[in-house]
Design a protein around this ligand. Structure first.
Ligand code: PLZ
Length: 442
């Protein structure tokens, strides 16, 4: 963690302040009610681990815009690179007249993703779009249709990826029908299923064989650490075992590393920790310091199985986003961002361990690197406690710390600070969490 002194939580009004409340009223009148806002504090600028609002409050950021600004908000190197590019050209469409930075991002992804085999990449805009394209590629390569996804999985909000996402509210409710040939199979959730990785994988494989047929599966798409599902770390060996099954049955393993990628977990990609080399990997979020960019990277033979022109989109691999990605990747390599994530892990784990000792309602501390979470439930029978999780979260918000709730039961608080967060800011944020627990649980 960088040691800088400019970051201090500063609360000059109640949260949200008057100017934010005014904007929220305008928001309700102008913007669809379907666009939710978790914390209606309107931001005017942001930097490493800090968000300043329109009322002059400075909040500590433990969310990184849902795991995006790992390099720090408005990282100066990213800003300089994208401004330079924007002056040259903002868009020409790679499919019409290409440019070098797109190719460079592809080269970087091929180099950084797990495995030293021959790889190819394709760039898109959003995470959901990357997942959609991974499915297209897997179907084109295998000639099969079935897509296996897991309980608690999250893959996006487009029609196909909604179908691949486990949670109904708020993501799918009322939006069906969903795309066919998507099969949800049991995952590994050590706290709640008590199974080893091998046992959980055997259960999943058996269900795939009986309900889909192994020779019908185009791909198993999984998050090596489940993000929106609750920062669930599968039991050791689960992912590797599914990778083995995929290899033996002619299916592809697609690792959705949209949330876990780019040093977030203390490795460049969470698959590395599982000892798995995915056939395809989807990335987004942390790739470009806040600019919309996503990618599918993987085996050259698979990626090249698609006919020319089969993949694309007007904005895919936008040059400004590519310039941002190259600067963000360079920053991550220069500062050893994976090392920063591991340092953050140690600091957060220490704080959460103390908290868990005092409050048995913290039934588990989990996650890796700067992707950590606590699950809040009855210590007696693990009944999820979404009400008190919401109270804790609201306390943090009122007191100037941006925390996020996750999990299919709504009872997981997750911590995704920028990897550049100064250590005092991190400690201060966890002081607030301590107070939140004291107030909520006594
Ligand atoms: N795959 C693993 O985490 C995005 C969604 C927030 P997009 N997660 C945050 C929300 O409420 O929409 C995500 C992810 C994983 C795919 C996606 C989808 O990425 O860039 O949001 O489309």
């Amino acid at each position: 963690m960088t040691q800088t002194s400019h970051l201090v939580r500063r609360l000059v009004t109640e949260i949200p302040g008057p100017r934010s409340r005014e904007l929220q009223t305008r928001k309700s009148a102008a913007i669809s009610a379907g666009i939710g806002v978790a914390l209606p504090v309107y931001i005017s600028r942001a930097w490493d681990g800090a968000l300043e609002d329109v009322d002059g409050n400075v909040l500590i950021d433990l969310g990184s815009g849902i795991g995006v600004t790992g390099v720090g908000n408005a990282n100066p190197r990213v800003v300089a690179a994208l401004a330079r590019q924007a002056e040259l050209f903002t868009h020409v469409a790679f499919a019409i007249t290409p440019y070098e930075s797109y190719v460079e991002v592809g080269e970087a992804l091929n180099r950084l993703t797990p495995g030293d085999h021959d790889k190819r990449s394709a760039l898109f805009n959003s995470g959901a779009e990357a997942v959609e394209n991974a499915v297209k590629i897997a179907r084109a390569f295998t000639g099969r249709q079935a897509i296996v996804v897991l309980e608690h999985g999250y893959h996006g909000r487009t029609n196909l990826t909604m179908g691949m996402t486990a949670k109904a509210m708020p993501f799918k409710h009322g939006f069906g029908p969903f795309a066919p040939e998507v099969y949800r199979m049991p995952a590994s959730y050590p706290l709640r299923d008590g199974l080893t990785g091998a046992e959980a994988a055997a259960r999943t494989v058996s269900r795939i064989e009986k309900e889909i047929g192994a020779d019908s599966v185009a791909a198993i798409v999984l998050e090596p650490i489940q993000g929106e599902g609750g920062f669930i770390v599968p039991a050791a060996g689960f992912v590797a075992e599914l990778a083995r099954f995929a290899r033996e049955s002619g299916a592809l393993l697609v690792a959705d590393e949209i949330q876990s990628g780019f040093c977030r977990t203390g490795d460049w990609f969470a698959s590395e920790h599982e000892g798995v080399v995915p056939d395809l990997i989807t990335t987004a979020k942390g790739i470009a310091g806040g600019m919309p960019l996503s990618a599918v990277t993987g085996r050259a033979d698979v990626m090249d199985a698609v006919h020319a022109g089969g993949l694309g989109g007007t904005y895919t691999g936008n040059p400004v986003a590519c310039a941002a990605a190259l600067a963000a990747i360079e920053w991550m390599e220069d500062v050893d961002a994976c090392g920063l994530a591991r340092t953050i892990d140690a600091a957060i784990t220490a704080r959460l361990t103390t908290l868990k000792d005092r409050h048995p309602e913290v039934v588990e501390i989990r996650g890796r690197g700067a992707m950590k979470a606590i699950e809040i439930a009855s210590p007696l029978d693990l009944t999820p406690d979404p009400a008190r999780t919401a109270e804790l979260n609201a306390f943090c918000h009122r007191n100037g710390v941006v925390t996020l709730v996750t999990g299919n039961y709504g009872n997981v608080m997750r911590f995704l600070p920028p990897l550049s967060i100064p250590s005092p800011a991190l400690e201060e944020a966890f002081d607030v969490l301590d107070e939140a627990f004291a107030v909520t649980f006594g």
